[in-house]
Design a protein around this ligand. Structure first.
Ligand code: GDP
Ligand code: MG
Length: 300
């Protein structure tokens, strides 16, 4: 007899910068989230699907929880995280093995209410020696009702397969939720806007990338398959005129470089040739503007 099909939803939560997106990429095996060393790069909830003949695991990567939200956008980001406390089959808390967490951190109170199996993933073990790691495991294992405590290095894919198999063993028998060849619920154009945003993060300083949103206005695949070409128009929305000027740069030099870097990233992702046109618009203070937040998909 064939083995039963297992499936379920696995939520990955944790502070910003602990390696949630890196872990998800390691598990899903696709370049799905922006990986940078800056916190708050993941603004939306993103799912990554891993399927085989006898299982389907749907991971969801959440923005890190922001303690004191200072923008309406950040409140929406926190709501994506709160949503993960009510659904799912397994919850995975990722922590950076080098970071301290006080026992009175409100997170632990919330974790005590989690009804599904809770995993603790101690990430970045490549940065500590074995003795320190053992101390950390002892320190952590009673902080909450963890079913499993698993040390990993998401970056080096150390123990990530073990983690995956262990998660799988906690999933119930269940149906196929998504077509087996699908690896995310987001369309290609979403990844295009994420790649452009990633290049904003690497090419500009300080608050510029955080003050901007990217929208793909047009995504046209050339009808001639021999050309293997996509034409893309994208708009970068800045929060102020001065930010727009910085993005464009002297004689357009900065946006030109941004366009080149983004195009290369998009071509690698789509495995197609890309014509990319970038526009910059100003939407004053969009991060506090309900209409713009709806337009950008932060609110419904
Ligand atoms: P997120 O905010 O929780 O999604 O964190 P990211 O996945 O964006 O990772 C934040 C930073 O930590 C990036 O610079 C990653 O390269 C780095 N990182 C993630 N996992 C590891 C790891 O296992 N070891 C080390 N040394 N760095 C890691
Ligand atoms: Mg992330």
């Amino acid at each position: 007899m064939a083995t039963a099909h297992r499936s379920g939803f696995v939520n990955i939560i944790g502070r910003p910068n602990v390696g949630k997106s890196t872990l998800m990429n390691a598990l899903v095996g696709e370049r799905m989230s922006i990986i940078t060393n800056k916190p708050q790069t993941t603004r939306h909830r993103i799912i990554g699907i891993v399927s085989d003949d006898d299982y389907q695991v749907v991971f969801s990567d959440t923005p890190g929880f922001i303690k004191d939200p200072s923008y309406s956008m950040q409140e929406s980001m926190n709501q994506f995280v709160s949503g993960t406390f009510v659904d799912g089959d397994v919850m995975v808390l990722v922590v950076d093995v080098n970071e301290e967490y006080d026992n009175d951190n409100p997170l632990f109170n919330r974790l005590s209410k989690v009804k599904v199996p809770l995993f603790l993933v101690l990430n970045k073990i490549d940065l500590v020696d074995e003795a320190a790691l053992l101390n950390k495991i002892v320190e952590w294992k009673d902080k909450a009702n963890f079913k499993e405590v698993i040390p990993i290095s998401a970056l080096h894919k150390t123990q990530t397969e073990t983690l995956f198999q262990s998660i799988l063993s906690y999933l119930p028998e269940g149906p196929v939720y998504y077509p087996k060849e699908q690896f995310t619920d987001r369309p290609e154009r979403f990844f295009v806007s994420e790649i452009i945003r990633e290049k904003l993060l690497t090419n500009y300083y300080q608050e510029i990338p955080y003050a901007c949103e990217v929208v793909v206005d047009e995504f046209k695949v050339d009808p001639n398959p021999k050309k293997n070409l996509v034409r893309i128009h994208a708009t970068i929305y800045a929060g102020r005129k001065s930010q727009k000027n910085i993005i464009i740069g002297k004689k357009g030099a900065s946006i030109k470089q941004l366009g080149i870097d983004a195009r290369k990233g998009i071509e690698a992702f789509l495995e197609k040739k890309v014509y990319l046109e970038l526009f910059v618009k100003v939407r004053d203070n969009w991060r506090n503007d309900d209409k713009m937040l709806k337009h950008f998909g932060y609110k419904h």
